[in-house]
Design a protein around this ligand. Sequence first.
Ligand SMILES: C[S@@+](CC[C@H](N)C(=O)[O-])C[C@H]1O[C@@H](n2cnc3c(N)ncnc32)[C@H](O)[C@@H]1O
Length: 204
Amino acid sequence: MNKIQKRYDRIAGLYDILEAPMEHMFSKWRTELLSDAAGKTLEVGIGTGKNLPYYPENVQLTGIDFSPKMIEITNKKLREHPRSNTRIIQMDAEKMEFADSTFDTVVTSCVFCSVPNAVQGLKEIRRVCRKDGKVLMLEHVRSQNKVTGKIMDIINPIPVYIYGANINRRTYENLIKAGFDPNQIEVNDLWFDIVKLIRIKNTK
Ligand SMILES: C[S@@+](CC[C@H](N)C(=O)[O-])C[C@H]1O[C@@H](n2cnc3c(N)ncnc32)[C@H](O)[C@@H]1O
């Protein structure tokens, strides 16, 4: 088990409580993110299943995460509020066991701050999402502002130690490195230039 997996296992029991203060903002962003999910949908890094209540009913959902303890909490929520056509699998986003072009939609929220090799994880998303399928991401990234960006770089080791999450990831640049077409990436700032809603058409 790698270091980041272990950190999410360690924080799993407290994750929803620690995130609660931000959830009033995130719940409206999750609604916006997931209203576009359709068909066979993969959520990468499903964590404690915070997005579950926001999926349209007809979505056939597969959720993956590499932390068994985070998954335990998602499964508990699913036992309490069952959802048809839903399966949760422990899997590494960097080495997905799905065939090419399996999914119509791929979703991530607050995941590419912590995937150890982000470019490899994004390449895998591009591979398992079908041609012209959708990739929907709600992600926080490093600010472009000189001072804020520098501060984020300096304090980054703290959230990495506690959570396994980086606050200075350059996710747009990583998408380009992973081979997504810049002309098909739509980015909207939700909170300053740090929290972003990213919608991609996967032209392959
Ligand atoms: C900050 S949490 C976000 C959870 C959830 N998406 C949300 O919106 O609350 C990040 C999640 O990504 C998972 N994760 C990070 N890297 C991963 C990888 N390579 N493969 C699978 N899951 C990963 C972690 O285990 C954790 O559950």
